[in-house]
Write a protein that binds this ligand. Structure first.
Ligand code: TLP
Length: 362
C-alpha cells in the first residue's frame, strides 16, 4: 500500500501492527509446505523455530499466535499460583494483557518504577521477597525492549545483563518482552542474540514492523520450551497447518530487520517537526526507534482532529499521543502527517486561546 497513490488515503500511524505482508510473504504463504504442527509435522514451522532459536541465541524456540500469547505462555511456564512477578509499572505484560498474569497464571504482580522503561537494579533487588511464611515467592522478573509506553526506548546489553544478574543471584528467572527486540538491535547496532543472552526467555513479534500477518516466537532453554509448548496447547494455541504463517515469519526475521532503520529515521523526522509546534511537548531523547510519544493539552481531541485530517494515531493517556512509523509509511506519507500535525496544533492553540479559564482541566 502506497498512501501517495490516493490523496485521500488515510495515514495510519496508530501502530506498526497495521503493516500488511509483502508480495514475497504472500507468495511464500501460497507455496508453504505444511503439516500438522501439533504432531510436530509442519516442516515450515520447524524451520522457523530452528531459525529463530539461532537468531536469538537460545537452545529452542516456539511459534505462537501473538505477542500476548508469547508473554503469557512464558509467565505460565515460569510461575505457579500465588507466586509474584516483578514488572516495570508500564510494562505491556502487565498494562495491556487483560490481567493475564493474575487471570491465567494465578500469580500477582509487584511493580517497580522505570527510567525510560528500565528499572533500577536496586529497586529490583529490594522488590524480591525474602523467605517468610507471609510472603509470596518471587519467581520472575519481566523486562521489555524496546519499551512501548516509554516511547520505544531501548535497553542496552549492559542494562539487561545487570538486571538479570540481580534477579538470578536471588533465584528469580527473567523474561524479556522483545516484541520490538529487532528495533532495539538495529538502533544499538548489536545482534538480537546479544540483547537476549542474559535472560531465560524472550518473546519477539513477527507481526509488527517486520510485517508478518501474525505470530510471535518464544525462545529459551530446550526444557523450558518443551514446557511452554504444553502451556501453549492449554491456552488453545496449538495450531495445525501453521506453516502458512511460519513462511512469512521466516522472511520477517531474515529479510525485514535491516529496513527498520528507515522507520527509525522517519520517527526522528516526525519528532523533529513536532518539537517546533506550539502546544506540543516532546522529549526528543526518548525517540530512539519507531515510536514517537508527545504531550498535548487534550490527547483524545488531538487524536480525533488528526483522524479528521486523515492521520490515525493513538492516545496513550489523557495528554499523551503516540505515533508509530512502519514499512507502509513512506516519505510522502510522512510529509502529509507533518502537515496534519501542524494544522491540528494551530486548531488546538485557537481552542486554548478561546477557552474560558479552567476549561481544559477535567
Ligand atoms: N502492542 C500493541 C498494543 O497492544 C498496545 C501496540 O500497538 O503497540 N509486547 C509489547 C511491548 C507490545 O507492544 C505488544 C503489542 C505486545 C507485547 C503484544 O503483541 P500482540 O499484539 O501480538 O498480542
Amino acid at each position: 500500500m502506497d498512501p501517495s497513490d490516493c490523496p485521500t488515503q488515510r495515514i495510519d500511524l496508530r501502530s506498526d501492527t497495521v503493516t500488511v505482508p509483502t508480495e514475497r510473504m504472500r507468495r511464500a504463504m501460497y507455496e508453504a509446505e505444511v503439516g500438522d504442527d501439533v504432531y510436530g509435522e509442519d516442516p515450515t514451522v520447524n524451520r522457523l523455530e530452528e531459525t529463530a532459536a539461532q537468531i536469538l541465541g537460545k537452545e529452542a524456540a516456539l511459534f505462537l499466535c501473538s505477542g500476548t500469547m508469547g508473554n503469557q505462555v512464558a509467565v505460565l511456564t515460569h510461575v505457579g499460583r500465588g507466586d509474584e512477578v516483578i514488572v516495570e509499572q508500564d510494562a505491556h505484560v502487565y498494562y495491556y494483557e487483560v490481567g493475564g498474569i493474575a487471570g491465567l497464571a494465578g500469580a500477582q504482580v509487584r511493580t517497580v518504577r522505570g527510567c525510560r522503561g528500565v528499572p533500577l537494579a536496586d529497586d529490583v533487588a529490594s522488590a524480591v521477597r525474602v523467605q517468610n511464611v507471609h510472603f509470596p515467592r518471587t519467581k520472575l522478573l519481566c523486562l521489555e525492549n524496546t519499551h512501548n509506553r516509554a516511547g520505544g526506548t531501548v535497553m542496552t546489553p549492559q542494562q539487561t545483563a545487570d538486571l538479570s544478574a540481580v534477579a538470578h543471584a536471588r533465584g528469580v528467572k527473567v523474561h524479556l518482552d522483545g516484541a520490538r527486540l529487532f528495533n532495539a538491535a538495529v538502533a544499538l547496532g548489536v545482534p538480537a542474540a546479544r540483547l537476549a543472552a542474559p535472560v531465560d526467555s524472550v518473546q519477539i513479534c513477527l507481526s509488527k514492523g517486520l510485517c508478518c500477518p501474525a505470530g510471535s516466537i518464544l525462545g529459551g532453554a530446550a526444557d523450558f520450551i518443551a514446557q511452554a509448548r504444553r502451556q501453549r496447547k492449554a491456552v488453545g494455541g496449538g495450531l495445525r497447518q501453521a506453516g502458512f504463517l511460519a513462511a512469512p515469519g521466516l522472511i520477517a526475521m531474515t529479510e525485514m530487520v535491516d529496513r527498520l532503520a528507515e522507520d527509525h529515521a522517519r520517527a526522528r523526522a516526525l519528532a523533529g517537526a513536532l518539537a517546533d509546534l506550539p502546544g506540543v511537548t516532546i522529549d526528543l531523547s526518548t525517540v530512539q526507534t519507531n515510536i514517537v510519544c508527545f504531550e498535548v493539552g487534550d490527547a483524545a481531541r488531538w487524536v480525533s482532529r488528526l483522524a479528521a485530517a486523515g492521520v490515525l494515531s493513538n492516545a496513550m493517556g489523557p495528554r499523551t499521543v503516540r505515533l508509530v512509523t512502519h514499512k507502509d509509511i513512506d516519505d510522502v506519507a510522512l510529509e502529509r502527517a507533518v502537515d496534519a500535525l501542524r494544522t491540528v496544533s494551530k486548531a488546538a492553540a485557537a481552542t486554548t486561546a478561546n477557552a474560558p479559564a479552567g476549561a481544559l482541566e477535567r
